[in-house]
Design a protein around this ligand. Structure first.
Ligand code: CP
Length: 306
């Protein structure tokens, strides 16, 4: 059923209803216990990354190998024929002859949706400009579910670049399926765009917008820190003004609940002090990358298994 519903791939978090999320979280949880299998033997994943990545590309590739499949692809635009002027449409029409699924990252916001229009195989949106990053949001929910035991009823703060941060957009959309209290914390110029706020309002999500987390830190169950997305700024002076807006410290961590979890999609720049890393019961952002592998194994298995 999942395979049929998502036969065009995973383009947006909006494709997921609560049953879909619960299904894939269960599969992700099962994958935490399965290191290697051969369920995708004979299948090929193409990873087309027109923008840099460490976690998303490597976890998709590792997931494919750990399930018995193979991977082809490129890591930068420079080594593909896009450099010679080839369109996304022609690239997809070509690569679909070589693979069973395509994971694509591109700086254009609608790139994954565009690619899915030309593809006969599933397209996975591995990050589309400052739009969405749905598989990151699914692994974020797996992290919350595994670390907190539930999602409903939690107080969740989301901090940083809410305007350009694609992980935030997809996570907010997925969280609208749950009864959580959301706090969006950002500099005013980097607040969540109206299109996402309108979506949350339409879905009756309880949320507040703040410019600092320090007044609510004691009540939070989860704080999801994000990087200010330097690469999306046209004016570097504007970036300089906001780049150090939030720096989470050990003092902040001391004020949190016993069960509090600090998350981050990574990469981190300066927004969490390295001294926080050693508090592994609360600072779960590196553990989160492991949940990412499990979630991507679950997604690939459900999309591609015969
Ligand atoms: N979280 C995330 O998308 O990381 P990468 O940019 O390293 O893939």
């Amino acid at each position: 059923m999942f395979k049929e519903k998502f036969h065009e791939g995973i383009i947006s978090a909006k494709q997921f209803d609560r049953d879909d999320i619960e299904f894939i979280l269960k599969k992700g949880s099962e994958m935490l216990k399965i290191k290697n299998s051969n369920v995708l033997e004979g299948k090929i994943l193409a990873t087309l990354f027109f923008e840099p990545s460490t976690r998303t590309r490597l976890s998709f590739e590792s997931a494919m190998y750990r399930l018995g499949g193979n991977v082809i692809g490129f890591q930068t635009e420079d080594v593909s024929s896009v450099k010679k002027g080839e369109s996304i449409a022609d690239t997809i029409r070509t690569v679909e002859n070589y693979a069973d699924c395509i994971a694509m990252r591109n700086s254009l916001e609608g790139s994954a949706k565009l690619a899915s229009r030309f593809a006969k195989i599933p397209i996975i949106n591995a990050g589309s400009g400052s739009g969405e990053h749905p598989t990151q949001a699914l692994l974020d929910l797996l992290t919350i579910k595994e670390e907190c035991g539930k999602i409903d009823g939690l107080n969740i703060g989301i901090v940083g670049d809410l305007k350009y941060g694609r992980t935030v957009h997809s996570l907010s959309i997925l969280l609208s399926n749950y009864d959580a209290n959301l706090y969006f914390i950002s500099p005013r110029d980097l607040s969540l765009r109206n299109r996402y706020k309108d979506y949350l309002i339409e879905n009756q999500v309880k949320f507040k917008e703040l410019v600092n987390y320090r007044n609510i830190i004691e009540s939070l169950d989860v704080l999801y820190m994000t990087r200010i997305q330097k690469e999306r700024f046209v004016d570097m002076e504007e970036y300089e003004k906001v780049k150090s807006s939030f720096i989470f410290t050990e003092d902040d961590l001391e004020k949190t609940k016993e069960t509090f979890k600090l998350m981050h999609p990574l990469p981190r720049v300066t927004e969490i002090e390295p001294s926080v890393d050693k508090h592994k019961d609360k600072a779960v952002y590196f553990k989160q990358t492991g949940y990412g592998l499990a979630m991507r194994k679950a997604l690939l298995a459900e999309l591609l298994m015969d």
